[in-house]
Design a protein. Structure first.
Length: 539
C-alpha cells in the first residue's frame, strides 16, 4: 500500500552526474549565500537555510505546489544535499525543476530541468506509477550554498497537505503558504510543536518558523515521523465533500466508500470457503483455516497504479489470481469470512510505530492494511494477545494476513501498542492496538549435559520459543542447515564459550499456531565460564 497523497517533501541520494553549466544564480539564493554563517555542532553535515513551500488550490480542486529550498554544506558528508528529488505519478506533473550552487569562492553553477533524471521509486511492488525526478547541481563542496526551485501540479484524492519543518539537520527558516478560494475552509493540526497562528497576506495563510533545532541522532531511535515538528492541514469545500474530512470518523467513511463493492464474492471463492471451513468445524477453527489461506496461499505482489495504492482490488479477482498486496489479502479474507457469517473490518495502519498516537490528527499517513475480526463470546476459549475489546463491537481479533510467520491470535511486534484506523460501514475511529504480555514472548532454554572423563561437556540444549521469538526463529526455516548451525552457535555463544554444535533439530517450524522447539547437540572442550549471562526469557 502506498500513500498517494503527494507532499512537497524531498529526499536525497548520492549519484553520479555530469557537470551542470556555469550560470548566474537568482538573487534570493545570492542573498542567502552572503549571510554570515552561523555556528553549528561539529558533526552537522549541512544546514537548511530556507524552505519556502506554497500550496495553491483553485475552484476545480486542482493543487499547484511551488517551492524553494536552500542548504549550506558544512561537511563532506553533506554533499548529497546538492541533489534534489521530487515525486510524481500519473496524477501529478512536475512543471519545472531548477537548481543552482554558489561555492565559497563565489563560483556559480546551474542545473536545468533538462539535466534532471527520472526513475521509478517502486520497491516491493510488482509495478507502481510512482516516480521521482532527480536534479544534481555541481560545485558541491564544503561551504557551498545550493538552492532549488520547483513547481508541481497535483490532483489529490483527499484535500490535505503537510509541512515538515524539522529535520535531521538544523533549519534556519521555514515558511508555508496556503492559498484557497474564498468559499473554502481549512483546519491545521500541529504535531510535536506548539500551535502557531498564521498571518493573513493577500488572502493567503502564511506560517513561518525560524531556528529549528535538528533531530539528534540516537541509537535505535523512534522513526523520524514520530519526532519531527510538522503541521498537517486539511482544507475543504462543500462541492468536494467526498474528498474531505474533519475527523477520524469521516476519514474512515471515506475509506469505506473507496472500498465499496470490492468484497463481492465468486462461485470459486464460495466453494473454497466450504472446502476449507465446513460448518461442521468449530467457528474459531473455521476462522483459523481461512486466515491461514489468506496468509499462505495469496502471494504478496503489489500492482499499484493511481488510486490503486489506496483502493483494494476486487476480492474475486485477487482470489482468482492468487496474489495481491496487503489490502488485497485483507479484502479476500474479509470476503471469505462474510461467507461463514463473521464480520470483519479493514484497518489501515502505519508500520513505523510512534508516527500515530492518540493525539494524531486525521490524515492518510498509513502504509499498510490489516483486519479486525469480530468474535462471539463462545467462539474462543482463552485470552488471545491480539484481542481488542471495542465498546460497541465487542471482541475484535486483530490479524495481519501479510505477516506469514505470525499466527492468528498474535500481532507482529511493530503493530503492537500502535494505532490503526478501524473502518466501519459509514464511520470509524482510531484505535489503540494491544501489546502482548512478556509471558507470551518467551525463550525457555533447558539442557541435559554430561561431563566426560576428559573434561568435555556434552549433551543437548532445547529452546522453546513463543510469540515474537518464535516468529523470528521461523524466519530461519528456509536457510541451509549449515547457515542455521552458525546462527545457533552465535546465539548459544552468549552463554557458553569454546563449544561446537554437532547437529540441530527443529519441531513445529511450519506450525505458526504453536511454540517452536529448537534442539542442538553440543560439545565443549573445557568448562569455560560464560562471557555474559544467558538470557532465558525476554520481553
Amino acid at each position: 500500500m502506498l500513500n498517494k497523497s503527494m507532499k512537497a517533501v524531498v529526499f536525497f541520494v548520492v549519484v553520479g552526474w555530469s557537470l551542470a553549466g556555469v550560470a548566474e544564480a537568482p538573487d534570493w539564493l545570492r542573498n542567502l549565500a552572503r549571510q554570515t554563517p552561523k555556528t553549528y555542532a561539529d558533526d552537522a553535515n549541512a544546514v537548511m537555510l530556507l524552505e519556502d513551500q506554497e500550496t495553491s488550490v483553485n475552484d476545480k480542486g486542482e493543487i499547484l505546489e511551488r517551492g524553494r529550498v536552500a542548504y549550506r554544506i558544512l561537511r563532506p558528508e553533506g554533499r548529497h544535499y546538492a541533489t534534489f528529488e521530487i515525486g510524481f505519478s500519473n496524477e501529478t506533473k512536475v512543471n519545472y525543476l531548477r537548481g543552482w550552487s554558489i561555492t565559497s569562492k563565489g563560483q556559480e553553477y546551474e542545473a536545468k530541468d533538462k539535466d534532471a533524471f527520472e526513475r521509478s521509486i517502486s520497491t516491493y511492488e510488482v509495478y507502481s506509477d510512482d516516480k521521482e525526478k532527480m536534479l544534481h547541481v555541481s560545485g558541491d563542496d564544503v561551504g557551498t550554498v545550493v538552492g532549488f526551485e520547483f513547481e508541481r501540479k497535483n490532483r489529490p484524492y483527499v484535500f490535505e497537505d503537510e509541512w515538515v519543518f524539522q529535520r535531521s539537520i538544523p533549519v534556519e527558516r521555514s515558511r508555508y503558504t496556503l492559498r484557497l478560494p474564498a468559499s473554502w475552509e481549512m483546519n491545521p493540526h500541529w504535531v510535536n510543536h506548539a500551535e502557531l497562528q498564521p498571518s493573513i497576506q493577500n488572502g493567503s495563510y502564511v506560517w513561518e518558523i525560524t531556528d529549528v533545532p535538528r533531530i539528534e541522532r540516537e541509537y535505535n531511535q523512534p522513526p523520524q515521523g514520530s519526532l519531527a515538528g510538522r503541521m498537517i492541514v486539511a482544507f475543504f469545500a462543500e462541492k468536494f465533500k467526498s474528498q474531505t474530512y474533519k475527523d477520524w470518523s469521516e476519514l474512515a467513511a471515506w475509506h469505506a466508500q473507496l472500498s465499496a463493492g470490492v468484497f463481492d464474492t465468486s462461485s470459486a471463492l464460495q466453494q473454497k470457503v466450504q472446502e476449507l471451513a465446513p460448518a461442521s468445524l468449530p467457528l474459531f477453527e473455521r476462522i483459523k483455516a481461512l486466515a491461514h489461506f489468506a496468509q499462505k496461499d495469496i502471494r504478496y505482489a503489489a500492482i499499484e497504479i493511481g488510486i490503486g495504492g489506496l483502493k483494494p482490488h476486487p476480492a474475486s479477482e485477487t482470489f482468482a489470481h492468487r496474489y495481491g498486496d496487503c489490502k488485497d489479502k485483507a479484502t479476500v479474507l474479509k470476503s471469505m469470512l462474510n461467507q461463514i457469517g463473521v464480520k470483519s473490518y479493514l484497518m489501515p495502519i502505519q508500520t513505523s510505530r510512534g508516527v500515530f498516537t492518540e493525539k494524531s490528527p486525521p490524515n492518510l499517513g498509513f502504509n499498510h492494511v490489516i483486519l479486525a475480526i469480530q468474535l462471539t463470546d463462545a467462539s474462543y476459549k482463552k485470552d488471545l494477545p491480539a484481542l481488542y475489546e471495542h465498546p460497541q463491537l465487542g471482541h475484535l481479533l486483530i490479524f495481519d494476513p501479510t505477516a506469514e510467520l505470525v499466527p492468528l491470535g498474535q500481532i507482529p511486534y511493530y503493530e503492537q501498542d500502535n494505532y490503526a484506523l478501524l473502518v466501519r460501514e459509514n464511520s470509524g475511529e482510531l484505535i489503540h492496538l494491544p501489546m502482548s504480555s512478556p509471558e507470551s514472548n518467551r525463550i525457555v532454554r533447558s539442557a541435559k549435559l554430561t561431563l566426560l572423563a576428559d573434561g568435555t561437556l556434552q549433551g543437548e540444549i532445547e529452546e522453546s520459543m513463543s510469540g515474537y521469538f518464535a516468529a523470528a526463529a521461523r524466519d530461519l526455516k528456509d536457510i541451509s542447515v549449515q547457515d542455521r548451525k552458525k546462527v545457533i552457535e552465535h546465539i548459544l555463544g552468549h552463554a557458553v564459550a569454546n563449544f561446537q554444535v554437532d547437529r540441530t533439530r527443529r519441531s513445529r517450524a511450519a506450525t505458526t499456531s504453536r511454540s517452536l522447539f529448537l534442539t542442538a547437540s553440543r560439545s565443549t572442550s573445557c568448562l569455560t565460564p560464560p562471557t555474559r549471562p544467558s538470557r532465558l526469557a525476554s520481553t
